[in-house]
Design a protein around this ligand. Structure first.
Ligand code: HAM
Length: 429
């Protein structure tokens, strides 16, 4: 039996990886303009971190974490998300001592043991950002402005921003009690999962996709009618700031997120092209109090995470993550007759590369003919064959592969010749 990649994981091959690099580069450049610095946290964390922050009653903690015991019996978990690790790191390294507001972004793999399907993987990648130390709704609108620019900058425009407020410790318990009561009255009509959630985490019922639950969910009380005064003002100001920046949003009282640390503002950006169920390209919200839950000082927090695989899917229109592999095209393919010529080619290639030119030598092909076949296959821009003659006369014949035109130059002229020719075919590769 062949050893294959694990179900729900995937390779990102050359041909696909370039789009990933473009997305990542755009994120780095744009996020910098908003004051974010990059942070990299470990892939492994203590299980307790996620249990306390994401919440023991969530799907993630209940059934999706890759948890193992280390040799000392300590329970450790492959991170299912990035917010809790960032806040843990913020506390551990006193990042709050630097300035009142700390803005951090991250990119990397996350792990959730979910049933794999289009847009849903067991190892997936997120780009996320967190603002720590501000409870200002203007910061939230600024994050959404950054996201709007990020998505549009990469050519995406068919997305919708859904926003909601999930209240706070003051107003949410009353709403949850109301919800539970309403749900208990119709328990027999709910799916089994929602019957369970009615008791454990009634807010999650709002997120259920089962058709039989929809008529009941549509009649449930709306959280937006039960916000306390402070949450109401916060949400209204957030909406005002969004509108001021020209960002369209849809207030969606049913939008509850799968992590317990949220309070007040929550949001998702969805695209219908991702399909009916896994339609969230990114999600986030406010999580004041998360720091305290894991032993840190009182800290306000707001952030988001975007699913890279889903973004790639939307940008490339491809459901598969792999494009056929194609070796990059050299600028100058150096052919050689025998050993002395190979040694000369090595020295030449070193000089070309030092000048930023992609030079290629085929070490496997034995004949010049076979080397030229390879140059053709790789779609090299130019070739230069080094024979005894070239070494004695110092005159090198450079052939343009597109039309077979050949020019003779000295060794010193090769680099300027290629650099000049580059103007006609664009940059390297
Ligand atoms: P989340 O909604 O769990 O939030 O995940 C954010 C995004 O990650 C989703 O919208 C989706 O695009 C992607 N994603 C999640 N699970 C999978 C999966 N199994 N396969 C592929 N993509 C997936 C969070 O993770 C929060 N930490 C976001 C946040 C940051 N809130 C505040 N700050």
């Amino acid at each position: 039996m062949n050893v294959q990649s694990i179900r729900g994981t995937h390779d990102i091959l050359p041909g696909s990886v370039e789009l990933w690099q473009t997305i990542e580069q755009n994120a780095r450049e744009l996020f910098r303009l908003y004051g974010y610095a990059e942070i990299r946290t470990p892939v492994l964390e203590e299980t307790e971190l996620f249990a306390r922050s994401i919440g023991v009653e969530t799907d993630i903690v209940q059934k999706e974490m890759y948890t193992l015991e280390d040799s000392k019996g300590k329970s450790i978990t492959l991170r299912p998300e990035g917010t809790a690790p960032v806040v843990r790191s913020y506390i551990e390294h006193n990042l709050y001592a630097n300035s009142q507001v700390t803005k951090l972004f991250y990119l990397g793999p996350m792990f959730r043991h979910e049933r794999p399907q289009k847009g849903r993987y067991r190892q997936f990648h997120q780009i996320g950002a967190e603002v720590l130390g501000s409870d200002n709704p203007a910061v939230e609108a600024e994050v959404l402005h950054m996201l709007d620019r990020f998505l549009r900058g990469l050519g995406l425009s068919d997305f919708r921003l859904l926003v909601n407020s999930v209240g706070c410790q003051v107003c949410r318990p009353g709403y949850v009690a109301l919800l539970r009561e309403a749900l208990r009255g119709r328990a027999s009509e709910l799916c089994a999962e929602c019957q369970r959630r009615t008791e454990t985490n009634p807010l999650r019922v709002l997120d259920c996709k089962t058709p039989e639950c929809q008529p009941i969910i549509n009649q449930l009380p709306s959280i937006l009618d039960h916000l306390c005064q402070e949450c109401r003002v916060h949400f209204d100001r957030f909406l005002e700031y969004l509108a001021l920046q020209g960002i369209a949003s849809e207030t969606t009282p049913r939008l509850v997120r799968g992590l317990d640390y949220y309070l007040r503002t929550t949001f998702e950006i969805i695209s219908d092209r991702l399909g009916p169920t896994q339609n969230a390209l990114l999600g986030g919200g406010r999580y004041d109090g998360l720091s305290e839950l894991i032993g840190g000082p009182p800290t306000k927090g707001f952030g988001f995470a975007l699913g890279m695989e889903r973004f790639v899917l939307l940008l490339s229109g491809r459901s598969e993550l792999q494009a056929p592999y194609k070796a990059p095209a050299p600028e100058l393919f150096l052919g050689y007759m025998g050993e002395p010529e190979l040694q000369a080619a090595l020295a030449l290639a070193a000089g070309l590369r030092a000048s930023g030119i992609f030079a290629y030598i085929d070490f496997e092909a034995r004949s010049i003919k076979a080397q030229m076949r390879q140059a053709n296959r790789m779609e090299s821009k130019f070739t230069c064959v080094i024979g005894e003659n070239e070494l004695t006369t110092g005159a090198f014949h450079i052939k343009r592969m597109a039309d077979g035109r050949q020019e003779t130059v000295s060794k010193e002229e090769i680099v300027p010749y290629i650099l000049k020719a580059r103007e006609t075919y664009g940059s390297a590769g």
